[in-house]
Design a binder for this molecule. Structure first.
Ligand code: CR6
Length: 840
């Protein structure tokens, strides 16, 4: 063999410093190194994006080191692992968060400043991974952060969508959608693992045979097979060495080119399989809290669930050489019904592939899975047509029928002759051609625990949506009120406020949010209040600058920042907020001297592209903004800004600057909400209905520090039962009439009286979400808000108390409850060991 060139070994080069060192010097070297050898640039050629990539890679190196040690520790300790299956993970930007969790944000900022670079500006170069729609996907992200911080062995499993949630643009007041090409400049954070690629089958038919032991077996002969390639992103805990992973699957063709078809001259046929395969992980469905029974969506769900379960089984067998104890070592959480096909898939893998008998397989399956329900809206409960299901997943349909047969036999024993109940519990709905598979029923039958996401929501599940299952197995039901991670939502998102808090009470709050209670003692301290106000003011100025830059609207930073940011949905009632704006507008028009509190109304949120009414509401907000913002007679007292392309990064800035948080869904419709928690944590006061987690927020902060409005859930139910008629409210409310007439006459639409007709008609003649019923209560409460805001000292006091009492809403609290009461897993501390070249 040829001899290598000899080089002297100086004994001075320590690779470990560049890859894992945390000192200023090693961090600087690491960034320069990654700039050179990762980006191929020096400081002459490097763009801000190159610097961002170099920082990201330097952090990734540090996390990978800890990831390896985490994985080794989990194996050494035979740890039970949590697998969080979710079709959505709305992670937000990674780099700032990893700097925070590694505890080196300030140090890296300082190192960069020495070279004239501003960390915060560079971090904005990261394209946010928007692989989720809203609350459900963001909850999954907060939960991964808490799992790692609590040192729980966990893997998040999902889909590596090539296109995440669309980018929203506002054109002439309307929402327009553009594809989110988040991967086009590369992704510094992921590592692909083609060696763990997994095969997934689709379509075809099944055949039965008797195996050599005389057992009846089924063989699935698929029409297509697809590969899933895993891409891992490290998920660091805060202040610990645990680094878990988020494993997302990309679909790839299993045979690039069908040679037979090609040789037969069928060129397009030859690439059809490739197109089928690559479509699967192409794009995130942009619906929040609604479903369309689209075939591709079921393909996506099955694809990532099958890859993930096969991956879990592979790892388990490698370690234990048996599947008998799978349920003792794995807890698989179903984030809504989207991954619930996993119940049938695990049965299939255990029975058909690993030759287990039905009883044992069912025991293992039922003890692996738990199911979180996230909605009470009937349109969000997934039901797949049996036809489609059987075409795509013929073997799973058989298994579901078998599960159903066995399940219903038990039900019949318990409720003999109660055919209606049996029909309601059945996994199959309806008869004949339009039979449906009910995924929520499958999830309930196949899981050991079923949880709602706020106390009220869980209660309503038990009394209403899942009542029959509750009566059958009440011990399965449990509440797990949602939570949010204080790392992203306070420490990273609101540095001014978190610095003040840490100065006053130390930094224990970062991992024990109940510590915030210690702020209560300062609520009456004038100096502290003053500082608290100054911080909010500074954050408001930052947001005002953003609004000026993006929307060209000048807002008064002394006005009340009144904010509603969330997906556009009729039940969330952004329209009720607009009715309030127009009410104030009318009051000033009627009496220009009326003493109206100056307010800046800030909106943000995406509408599902096919949701016409939601898009019309966006158009209305922008139309009202155009009139109100430019009317000199208002003297700048009212401003309205719709911020386009609301996403995680933008929301961090908005929560920090918000003073009033709008949480005004119709009672009984919002399962929990999590934005409500982030606002209050950042010191905004809430105006809200008794819905979702608002109920518990109000309990925690105290009724006197919360602006309650609207009907309660029982009142909503009652009103509906006796026949709700919006006209009754309309006819007796002159201020409301004035508002509606102003929209109707085209005041906000250049005289076009037809444009907003669909919104008005739905209010006047149907009003499914009871805006008219809650209008007066909402307006009165808003008037109380205005008065309260003028009592500056007391407002600040309430704001401090809101932050101080948000401990319960940490995702750390939520995750420790899941660990104890659902998953039965314990923390596994990970030691940091110096890297050594001898490890080869
Ligand atoms: N849309 C609920 O509507 C809840 C989150 C997370 C939602 C919302 O109230 O906070 O889940 N539900 O639990 C679904 O997505 C089905 C949501 O985000």
């Amino acid at each position: 063999a040829p001899q290598d060139t000899q080089v002297p070994d100086s004994g001075l080069v320590r690779v470990e410093d560049d890859r894992t060192g945390m000192s200023e010097q090693s961090l600087k070297r690491a960034i320069v190194d990654n700039l050179h050898y990762g980006q191929g640039k020096d400081n002459y050629f490097a763009t801000p994006y190159d610097y961002y990539m170099a920082i990201a890679r330097s952090m990734r190196d540090r996390l990978i080191k800890r990831r390896i040690q985490t994985a080794r520790t989990h194996i050494q300790e035979d740890s039970k692992v949590v697998y969080y299956l979710s079709a959505e993970f709305l992670m937000g930007r990674y780099t700032g968060n990893s700097l925070i969790n590694l505890g080196i944000y300030e140090r890296v900022r300082k190192v960069l400043r020495e070279s004239g670079l501003e960390l915060d500006d560079l971090l904005e170069k990261e394209h946010e991974p928007g692989l989720g729609n809203g609350g459900l996907g963001r909850l999954a992200a907060c939960y991964l952060d808490s799992l790692a911080t609590l040192e729980i062995p966990a893997v998040g499993y999902g889909i590596r969508y090539e296109f995440g949630i669309f980018e929203q643009e506002i054109r002439n007041g309307w929402q327009a959608e553009r594809p989110d090409k988040w991967l086009s400049f590369g992704n510094a954070w992921e590592v692909s693992l083609p060696e763990y690629r997994t095969e997934v089958k689709f379509g075809g038919h099944t055949e039965s045979y008797t195996d050599t032991k005389g057992r009846y077996q089924t063989n699935w002969i698929p029409e297509h097979t697809v590969f899933g390639i895993p891409y891992d992103t490290p998920i660091p805990g805060y202040g610990v060495n645990t680094v878990n992973i988020l494993r997302l699957w990309k679909a790839e063709s299993s045979n690039e080119f069908d040679l037979d078809a090609f040789n037969a001259g069928d060129y397009l046929g030859a690439v059809a399989n490739k197109m089928f395969s690559e479509n699967i992980s192409k794009v995130l469905y942009p619906n929040d809290d609604t479903v369309q029974g689209k075939e591709l969506r079921l393909e996506q769900q099955y694809f990532f669930v099958s890859c993930s379960l096969q991956d879990i089984i592979r790892r388990h067998i490698y370690h234990y050489n048996s599947l008998d104890n799978l349920h003792e070592k794995s807890a698989i959480q179903l984030n809504d019904t989207h991954p619930s096909i996993g119940i049938a898939e695990l049965m299939r893998l255990l029975i058909d592939v690993h030759q287990m008998d039905w009883e044992q397989a069912w025991h293992i399956t039922q003890n692996c899975f738990a199911y979180t329900n996230h909605t009470l809206l009937p349109e969000a409960l997934e039901r797949w047509s049996v036809n489609l299901f059987g075409r795509l997943l013929p073997r799973h349909l058989e298994i579901i029928y078998e599960i159903n047969f066995r399940f219903l036999s038990e039900v019949r024993k318990r409720y003999p002759g109660d055919n209606e109940r049996i029909a309601r519990l059945s996994l199959i709905e309806g008869e004949g051609a339009d039979k449906k598979v009910r995924m929520a029923n499958l999830a309930c039958v196949g899981s050991r625990k079923i949880n709602g996401v706020a106390a009220l929501h869980t209660k309503l599940l038990q009394q209403d949506v899942l009542r029959d299952f509750y009566e059958l197995a009440p011990e399965k039901f449990i509440n797990k009120t949602n939570g949010v991670t204080p790392r992203r939502w306070l420490l990273l998102g609101n540095p001014r406020l978190s610095n003040l808090i840490t100065e006053k009470i130390g930094e224990a709050w970062i991992t024990n949010l109940d510590e915030l209670r210690k702020l209560e003692q300062f609520a009456d301290d004038p100096q502290f209040r003053q500082t608290w106000r100054e911080i909010k003011q500074a954050n408001k100025q930052d947001l005002a600058a953003y609004i000026e830059r993006k929307n060209h609207i000048q807002v008064d930073t002394n006005s009340l920042f009144d904010v509603q940011v969330k997906r556009l949905h009729e039940y969330k009632r952004q329209l009720l907020n607009v009715l309030h704006i127009i009410t104030l507008y009318n009051r000033i028009k009627r009496n220009p001297n009326e003493d109206i509190l100056p307010r800046t109304f800030i909106f943000g949120g995406k509408a599902a592209p096919g949701y016409f009414i939601a898009k019309l509401i966006i158009k209305l907000i922008n139309s009202v903004a155009a009139v109100v913002n430019d009317d000199p007679s208002l003297e700048g007292r009212l401003k309205v800004a719709f911020l386009s392309n609301y996403n995680v990064s933008m929301s961090q800035q908005i929560y920090a600057a918000a003073e009033l948080s709008e949480q005004i869904s119709t009672a009984g419709k919002e399962a929990s909400g999590t934005g409500n928690m982030k606002f209050a944590l950042n010191g905004a006061l809430t105006i809200g209905t008794l819905d979702g987690a608002n109920v518990e927020i109000r309990e925690e902060v105290g009724a006197e520090n919360f602006f309650l409005c609207g009907l309660t859930t029982p009142e909503v139910y009652e009103l509906k039962a006796k026949g709700y008629n919006p006209q009754e409210y309309y006819q007796s409310n002159s201020e409301l009439q004035e508002v509606i007439r102003l929209i109707a006459c085209g005041h906000f639409s250049d005289g076009d009286s037809q444009l907003f007709r669909p919104l008005l008609d739905s209010l006047l003649y149907n009003d499914k979400y009871m805006l008219f019923a809650d209008y007066q209560s909402y307006i009165d409460t808003q008037d109380r808000v205005s008065q309260a805001y003028r009592q500056e000292d007391n407002w600040t006091r309430m704001s401090i108390l809101n932050t101080a009492r948000m401990g319960k809403f940490s995702s750390d609290r939520a995750i420790s409850e899941y660990c104890k009461e659902i998953w039965h897993v314990e923390p596994v501390p990970v030691e940091f060991k110096e890297y050594s070249p001898e490890d080869m």
